[in-house]
Design a protein around this ligand. Structure first.
Ligand code: C2E
Ligand code: CA
Ligand code: CA
Ligand code: CA
Length: 275
């Protein structure tokens, strides 16, 4: 018995050590990226299911020249106190990009920016948002903040106060990853969200002939609360058609487009500037 415990302990320690080394490495690369202009945003179109054209874009963070997945470096950033700096950078870069598109004469669409759970601790964040938008001459209607369910799960009261501050400056809110974890229908009544985004796992499970009525009913329910719905991770034409017919307002996924460089957004998804 005791020797088995020792073996387990060794095994555990080795793994923990490995993880810590890995986390240190990611943390170093992340710091390096922050200090050397190595962060970039890609933009994934959100397609209006009625018109077939882009209604908006989700900004997705990438590290230049570093091959680490966003969920990995985001969780390290959260654990190592770097998420507030990154979160502010992402917000400002999205605002800057929108102002560039406006200046070039494009008919701009709202850009959705992901906000981490931890950024609720960044006290001046909403003021920073307001100043940044002002500085770039971008109206708040052009920004949407995506928050995940666990943000709301952790500290409901603080979350409500924080989200209302965001709404007060005119920025809209989307509830991300709906259906992936501890989703609760009560979120629709408790939080001032304008949109819910159905997680890919929910899409994979229900975007088929047999089960799509579940999504249809969710859409009706969201409609009761004046909340728009978007389905994420849509990869096939069949899924798209079922989700559209079930009443999802917008669709996002590889079926339409992967996340794109800003130039490709201009070329393929924005109108204006010469056409
Ligand atoms: P998310 O917010 O749920 O973003 C959607 C993810 O699904 C993106 O992965 C996107 O590239 C991917 N995706 C889009 N369409 C499809 C599809 O049809 N099939 C599949 N399999 N995947 C699809 P990505 O860019 O790797 O980001 C992963 C996660 O990292 C995001 O999940 C978000 O939680 C986080 N993240 C990314 N950028 C930021 C950021 O700027 N700030 C924060 N806090 N988190 C971010
Ligand atoms: Ca998101
Ligand atoms: Ca999502
Ligand atoms: Ca996610």
């Amino acid at each position: 018995q005791s020797s088995r415990n020792i073996t387990n302990y060794r095994y555990f320690r080795q793994h923990m050590l490995g993880d810590i080394i890995e986390i240190n490495k990611i943390s170093e690369l992340l710091n390096h990226s922050i200090e050397n202009d190595g962060l970039r945003l890609l933009y994934q179109p959100q397609i209006n299911s009625a018109t077939g054209s882009a209604d908006g874009f989700e900004a997705l963070l990438r590290l230049m020249d570093v091959n680490i997945s966003p969920p990995d470096f985001i969780s390290v950033a959260e654990g190592r106190g770097m998420i507030n700096i990154i979160g502010r950078w992402v917000f400002e870069e999205a605002a800057r990009q929108i102002s560039e598109w406006k200046r070039k004469g494009f008919a701009v669409k709202p850009v959705a920016v992901n906000m981490s759970v931890r950024q609720i601790d960044d006290n001046g964040f909403v003021e920073f948002m307001e100043k940044t938008l002002e500085g770039y001459g971008v109206e708040p209607e052009y920004i949407e903040i995506e928050i995940t369910e666990n943000l709301l799960f952790e500290d409901t009261k603080r979350a409500v106060v924080f989200l209302n501050k965001i709404k007060d400056i005119g920025v809209s809110l989307a509830l991300d990853d709906f259906g992936s974890g501890f989703s609760s229908i009560s979120y629709l009544t408790r939080f001032p969200v304008d949109k819910i985004k159905y997680d890919k796992s929910l899409v994979d499970q229900y975007a088929n002939i047999d089960k799509c009525s579940v999504i249809q009913k969710l859409n009706l329910l969201a409609g009761e609360f004046n909340i728009k719905t978007l389905a994420e991770g849509v990869e096939t034409r069949e899924q798209f058609e079922l989700l559209r017919d079930a009443g999802c307002h917008a669709i996002q996924g590889y079926y339409f487009s992967k996340p794109l460089e800003p130039e490709d957004v201009e070329k393929n998804f924005l109108k204006g500037a010469g056409d």
